[in-house]
Structure formats: structure tokens, C-alpha cells
Design a binder for this molecule. Structure first.
Ligand code: SAM
Length: 252
């Protein structure tokens, strides 16, 4: 059995997100306050399942469907996380850039509609047109009265150069402190992930799926709030912020 990689994933991600646990905590708390103690939750671009794990721990009645398209990260969630949660965590391989992902989610949920759709540190991988489409798909997928919570960096742009510089300096300081305390770098973590049983084949599949995709431009928070409103959410707002790290919410 290889050494567990989820704790090291959390350490390496926390180097890039200054209060990652605070961001998870507000998402779990708002899911509970808005949806009650036993919600059906979809975690979009779940990776190895960090946010899913926080929600399952905070809400013992919750069920979570984690969706991602990285075969290696999904495999880690399957090996290290799913067995700890008595069938409350299921995982789905689907590409959020593919228009068919909501149908795959519906099928995986047996036709049930989720009370909450959540995501962290992930939807910045979508170009703005895809992001607007995804918010619309999420609004359609959600149960009546359901909510979407998306935690991610939304970058300050040329309109706020001082804030942009402060956020960049704060990011650098956060990374230096985490690495000095022993957190693995992104590259070092992936090197370890490639070494798991079957890791080389999963890494090759990951490369085939993602390496050709160009990085999208950064987006500011107002784009997300406008996109949520455009997507059909009756209410959209910022529910948490640390410099350029936010949680935005949309409620049907
Ligand atoms: C930095 S990781 C964040 C993972 C996790 N949500 C967390 O907070 O630790 C970004 C995730 O987005 C996923 N992702 C990126 N593009 C995707 C796509 N088109 N479809 C599904 N997942 C995608 C990646 O595979 C990766 O798991």
C-alpha cells in the first residue's frame, strides 16, 4: 500500500490558498444552514476530494457526488477517501467542458436533484464562456431553492492595481511560509502521485486529457456575480473573501 497522498495534497494546496480551511468551513456551514443536515451535494472538479471530505465530516447526514476529469486524482479519492465514508461519497469521471456533464451527474444521482453544488480552486480552469454555461447548467440541475457555492481566486485587474499588488505579495508570503514549514511544491506532490500503483498509466491519461488545453485568462469577482445572475440564480453574492480569494454564492 502506498503512503497516503491526501494530507500532502492539502499541504501543497494550502501554500496557494492562505485560509483554505476557513474557505472550506464557510462553504460547509452555508450548505448546512441553507439545505439542512442531510443534503445531497455535488462537488464540481473535486480533485482528490478535499472539499467533499470537509462536507462529509461536518454533516454526517450529507451525501456527496464528486465530479472530476483527472483520472489520477479520482483514483486517489477512490482509494483514500471513499472507503472512510460508508457509501456517502460517490465519484464520477466527467469533463466540465463537455455539454453532457449535467446528464452524467443526473444519471449518477439516479435522477435526484442536488440541494447544493460546490466547488473549490477549480473553475478558473474554464474559459469565461464555458464558466457562464456551467453556472447555467448548475442552476438547472439544482433542486428548487438549491444553492451553488464556488470558492476560488478571482483576480484583481487593472482597475485596482494596489489591491492586485497586495494580493500578489500576500500569495508570495503564504507560499514561502508553507514551503519553509515543509509543504511539498506542486511538482514534488505530482512526482509522488505518479509513483502510486498504476500511477504512470493514470498520469499518461491525465496528460492526454489536459495537456493540450490552454490556460484561460484570470477573471474578477464581478464577472462571476454577473454570470450567476445571468445563469438564472435569483440571488448572487460574495459570502467570504480574503484579498482575491472568494466564495461566491448563487441561490435559486
Ligand atoms: C487545483 S485542483 C482543486 C481540487 C479540489 N477541488 C480542491 O479544492 O482541492 C483543480 C481541479 O479541477 C479539475 N478540472 C480542471 N478542469 C476540469 C474539467 N474540464 N472537468 C473536470 N474537472 C476539471 C482538475 O482535474 C483538478 O482536480
Amino acid at each position: 500500500m502506498s503512503e497516503p497522498l491526501l494530507p500532502a495534497w492539502d499541504d501543497q494546496q494550502a501554500a496557494y490558498i492562505a485560509d483554505r480551511e476557513g474557505r472550506f468551513a464557510i462553504i460547509a456551514s452555508l450548505v448546512e444552514l441553507h439545505c439542512g443536515p442531510a443534503p445531497l451535494v455535488v462537488d464540481l472538479a473535486c480533485g482528490p476530494g478535499s472539499l467533499s471530505a470537509r462536507i462529509l465530516a461536518a454533516l454526517p447526514g450529507a451525501r456527496v457526488l464528486g465530479v472530476d476529469h483527472d483520472p489520477l486524482l479520482l483514483e486517489l479519492a477512490r482509494r483514500e477517501l471513499a472507503p472512510r465514508h460508508d457509501g456517502r461519497l460517490t465519484l464520477l469521471d466527467a469533463d466540465l467542458e463537455d455539454a453532457g456533464w449535467p446528464a452524467a451527474v443526473r444519471a449518477a444521482l439516479g435522477g435526484a436533484r442536488p440541494d447544493a453544488i460546490v466547488s473549490t480552486t477549480a473553475l478558473h480552469w474554464l474559459f469565461p464562456d464555458r464558466l457562464v454555461r456551467l453556472y447555467g447548467q448548475a442552476a438547472e440541475l439544482l433542486a428548487d431553492g438549491g444553492g451553488l457555492l464556488n470558492g476560488d481566486h478571482f483576480r484583481f485587474d487593472g482597475r485596482t492595481p494596489t489591491l492586485r499588488a497586495l494580493a500578489a505579495a500576500h500569495d508570495t508570503a503564504t507560499q514561502q511560509a508553507a514551503w519553509a514549514a515543509g509543504a511539498p511544491s506542486w511538482d514534488a506532490w505530482w512526482e509522488r502521485a505518479h509513483a502510486i500503483d498504476g500511477g504512470a498509466a493514470l498520469a499518461a491519461e491525465r496528460s492526454a486529457r489536459f495537456d493540450h488545453r490552454p490556460p484561460p485568462p484570470p477573471t474578477a469577482v464581478d464577472l462571476h456575480l454577473a454570470a450567476l445572475a445571468q445563469a438564472g440564480f435569483a440571488e448572487a453574492g460574495t459570502v467570504w473573501q480574503l484579498l482575491d480569494d472568494y466564495v461566491v454564492a448563487g441561490f435559486k
